[in-house]
Design a protein around this ligand. Structure first.
Ligand SMILES: [Fe+2]
Length: 245
């Protein structure tokens, strides 16, 4: 996790070069993210102080743990957006999408094709953080056949996948975009995720970075990250696609 000695540091706008954060859990009370509006708005203020200008919110759709449906998420998001505007949060809420787990319900979701998308076209998907699953490339392909672009969330965080895994290779051949978590690059999820994150970027396989903010703990870690020299250098020299969303 992060170094508690530096908690008094102030946020600096390191991430303005990205512009848009496209992965966070700030629709209150629908997943393991912010559990009320006040906390959600506080996280948004901090993301703005860290340099982000625009935000997509991506609650979990994961069966049966977070069995969310699109209509309810959209209604809750609309209310949150109203409150954010009323509170003068200096961040443009661009929309609500989902972080869709490739799970037992995924094939039915593809069939129904009601995915909430980033920028009307990108579907953010994630895999189990614990165990491999058969048929991932095929499941993603079936989604692409419906006309969606697919972004794989935090490929660096799947402990059962090595840098040279055939699945990574397959997904890149299939034009799947990769999104690394900013906090992986500072060691928040451990040394392995940090190493993987940097090495996936080095291969040229990473198109997006996201904060994956859930709550204040992530924000404190993001403030730390805003001072991280290696990360700031990376942001200076690499071009990510966040600004195109
Ligand atoms: Fe997430």
């Amino acid at each position: 996790m992060f170094n508690f000695l530096h908690l008094n540091r102030k946020p600096i706008p390191t991430f303005e070069v990205l512009g848009t954060d496209m992965h966070c859990h700030l629709v209150p009370g629908v997943d393991d993210g912010a559990n009320n509006v006040e906390k959600s708005l506080a996280c948004m203020r901090s993301l703005a102080a860290l340099g982000f200008k625009q935000l997509y919110i991506t609650p979990h759709f994961q069966y049966p743990r977070y069995d969310n449906n699109e209509e309810e998420i959209q209604a809750r998001y609309a209310e949150l957006k109203r409150q954010a505007e009323q509170a003068g949060i200096p961040l443009t809420l661009r929309g609500v999408a989902g972080e869709y787990r490739i799970d037992d319900k995924f094939a039915a979701r593809v069939e129904g094709n009601r995915f909430l998308r980033i920028s009307d076209k990108y579907v953010l998907v994630e895999l189990s953080l614990h165990q491999p699953r058969m048929g991932v490339a095929e499941a993603i392909y079936s989604l692409q056949e419906k006309g969606c672009e697919v972004i794989l969330a935090h490929p660096e965080r799947y402990p059962y996948m090595s840098l040279n895994s055939q699945l990574f290779e397959q997904l890149k051949n299939q034009d799947v975009y990769f999104q690394v978590n900013i906090l992986s690059l500072t060691g928040f999820y451990g040394d392995r995720a940090k190493w993987m994150g940097y090495n996936l970027i080095k291969r040229g396989w990473v198109e997006f970075l996201g904060s994956d903010t859930h709550n204040e703990i992530y924000i404190q870690a993001m403030v730390q990250a805003s001072h991280d020299r290696k990360l700031r250098k990376l942001l200076d020299k690499c071009e990510f696609m966040n600004g195109k969303l």
